[in-house]
Design a protein around this ligand. Structure first.
Ligand code: GSH
Length: 298
């Protein structure tokens, strides 16, 4: 690999390489006209089961499990590898062209306009506020919850865009960026481990939206599911993170939320779209085409 000397002006004249080279572009806005589908429920979610997407489907399933029937949702699949996030309908709900994005249509029947919400942290906060759930009311606990929620929003790009990109997706392995981001991710795991040594959950004794947000990224990393980097980062050594990760993974709502809009992994873990609670019993990929799926690799 030769040393790269940046030109005085960057130009988009060749693909950057790497796994997402075909969708990466330096301009915002839509590339094609395409309306988004709208289902029957108050909330219309457009997403994919990446960590950022899973945060929100876990929150919906937790709300429903806690008896908030008004949190019924349709989860539509957005295939980011195929450029669905650049359709005009998607750009209208998220000008940043990234999943997850939400239309809150809960007041449409009362004559109000639908409300768009993008950025996973904003969606969690919007829903938690609306339903008065998974967000402590005590001011100190609430501040702690929001601090960890926003910690996640600021930290995960170092894990995904930094470490994950250079360790797993970049076309060549380079020591400098992998070293830099591995160091930062291990520091972040240590931050979490110290917090969870003395607290059941991130905000204290209550499971909150902060846990949902952080778990989707760092829980998956701790389980060795992110970037096949479990051994490299020695994730098993963060014992308090491991305890918290395993406990949250056992929650039925988390198990359901992880399946929604998933298009990778074992067929029994994939519910491509969710339009009804019964879809978990009837529309999981392994139930749709068992003959084809019996040969599918994880
Ligand atoms: N800060 C955003 C990040 C969202 C994000 O990066 N989404 C990715 C998938 S995890 C995406 O849609 N990427 C498509 C693209 O970059 O074109 C959030 O938390 O919602």
């Amino acid at each position: 690999m030769t040393d790269y000397i940046p030109p005085s002006v960057w130009t988009w004249d060749k693909a950057s390489g790497g796994k997402f080279a075909n969708i990466n572009r330096p301009i915002a806005g839509s590339t094609h006209e395409k309306d988004l589908p709208v289902g029957k429920h108050p909330f219309q979610l457009y997403s994919l089961a990446t960590p950022n997407g899973v945060k929100v489907t876990v929150m919906f399933e937790e709300l429903l499990a806690a008896g908030h029937t008004g949190a019924e949702y349709d989860a539509w699949l957005i295939r980011i590898n195929e450029g669905d996030q650049f359709g005009s309908g998607f750009v209208a709900v998220n000008p940043n062209s990234k999943i997850p994005a939400l239309w809150d249509r809960s007041a449409v029947a009362a004559g109000k306009e639908p409300i768009r919400v993008f950025e996973s942290g904003a969606i969690l906060l919007h829903l938690a506020t609306k339903f008065g759930a998974f967000l402590p009311t005590d001011p100190a606990k609430r501040a702690e919850c929001l601090s960890w929620l926003f910690w996640q929003m600021g930290s995960a790009p170092y894990l995904g865009g930094g470490f994950g990109h250079f360790y797993a997706y970049a076309p060549t392995k380079q020591e400098y960026p992998i070293n830099r981001f591995a160091m930062e991710v291990k520091r972040q795991l240590d931050v979490l481990d110290r917090r969870l040594a003395d607290n059941a959950y991130l905000a204290g004794d209550e499971y909150t939206i902060a846990d949902m947000a952080v778990w989707a990224w760092y829980g998956a990393l701790a389980m060795g599911l992110q970037y096949e980097a479990g051994e490299f980062l020695q994730v098993q050594t963060y014992t308090h993170v491991q305890r918290w990760t395993k406990e949250i993974a056992q929650r039925p709502a988390v198990q359901r939320g992880r399946m929604v809009n998933r298009v990778m992994g074992k067929p029994e873990s994939q519910l491509h779209e969710r339009h009804d609670a019964s879809d978990f019993q009837t529309k999981v990929q392994s139930m749709l085409n068992p003959i084809v799926n019996s040969d599918a690799k994880p």
